[in-house]
Design a protein around this ligand. Structure first.
Ligand code: C2E
Ligand code: MG
Ligand code: MG
Ligand code: MG
Length: 279
């Protein structure tokens, strides 16, 4: 509760404002400032075909660059706050523009990369502005919509299934691909897989971590692969760190592999070097 100072009417939130709340307010202000300065860097994690070892695509993953310390702050430390405070749409707009620009630049140099994946926050699905800006950016850089993929979580879809269907349909009609990120970790009915214009399931790394030794994870990952196949969806595994995991997935028909086994998320310059070394 605010305490009033009789003399000038200022409110001091002292003893009742917890340290946690204060920290959060400070962080929110810093994120606001970072958005104005576009202090965000996009890292890219390559995705490979585990059978041919060919680089197929890349996922854009945002980092917040603190201009004072040059320290990179991982998304888990600011995305949830940005999401609550309503800033996430702004951040994802910055990421989307940078990533499509970088992607177009690589294609122009002749590198053969099939897809660019972007993460889409729940709030964005509600924003018509975002969808128009996505289309405009794709056109501005002359990209093929088919080469752009949006990763949506089950949570984002289930928060407002009816409006999600409409938005996702618009995106899909335009030609942009849709994948379900962290598949298997959200609460959702499998019915939406049939109703929504989804192209790909992304098996969450929680089910990959203990492959091929954990019996339950073996059962779950095989089931997701089978589900994808019977629904005619593509499937990719994320968080693949070991050769054993990769071999297990490839043997079981999940050819698309993303994870430290091939590469961590890397800055654009390093991605360019990597692509050049593969030429
Ligand atoms: P995600 O989309 O599921 O991304 C995969 C996360 O797993 C990334 O963490 C990546 O660095 C990490 N990862 C990839 N391979 C491995 C592996 O082999 N082992 C382990 N231990 N980890 C691996 P990151 O970059 O910290 O991103 C965390 C989450 O933040 C993302 O999860 C995504 O939900 C969110 N995020 C990242 N960038 C954006 C963005 O631009 N917009 C939105 N809305 N969310 C984003
Ligand atoms: Mg993702
Ligand atoms: Mg994921
Ligand atoms: Mg995640």
């Amino acid at each position: 509760k605010a305490k009033e100072d009789g003399r000038n009417g200022f409110k001091f939130y002292t003893e009742d404002m917890s340290f946690e709340v204060m920290k959060r307010v400070i962080l929110e202000n810093k994120i606001r400032e970072a958005i104005l300065n576009e202090d965000f860097i996009v890292y890219y994690q390559p995705q490979y075909n585990g059978l041919t070892n060919k680089l197929m695509g890349m996922e854009a993953l945002v980092r917040w660059k603190n201009p004072q310390s040059n320290e990179l702050i991982p998304p888990d430390e600011f995305i949830p706050i940005a999401q609550d405070a309503g800033f996430i749409v702004e951040i994802d707009r910055i990421v989307m523009k940078k990533a499509i620009k970088d992607f177009a630049f690589l294609l122009k140099q002749g590198f053969d990369i099939k897809t660019l994946s972007l993460n889409l926050a729940m709030k964005q699905l509600k924003s018509d502005d975002f969808i128009s800006l996505l289309f405009e950016t794709i056109e501005a850089y002359n990209c093929n919509p088919n080469s752009i993929e949006l990763e949506v979580t089950e949570g984002a879809i289930m928060e407002d299934p009816l409006s999600s269907i409409e938005k996702l349909q618009r995106i899909s009609n335009y030609g942009v691909k849709l994948s379900v990120d962290d598949f298997g970790t959200g609460y959702s009915s499998l019915a939406y897989l049939k109703k929504l214009p989804i192209n790909k399931l992304k098996i969450d790394r929680a089910f990959i971590k203990d492959l091929p030794f954990d019996e339950e994870d073996v059962a779950i990952s095989k089931s997701v692969i089978a589900l994808a196949k019977s629904l005619k969806l593509e499937v990719i595994a994320e968080g693949v760190e070991t050769k054993e995991q990769k071999d297990f997935l490839v043997k079981n028909d999940c050819l698309n592999i993303q994870g430290y086994y091939y590469s961590k998320p890397i800055p654009f310059k390093e991605l360019e070097e990597l692509l050049n070394s593969l030429k």
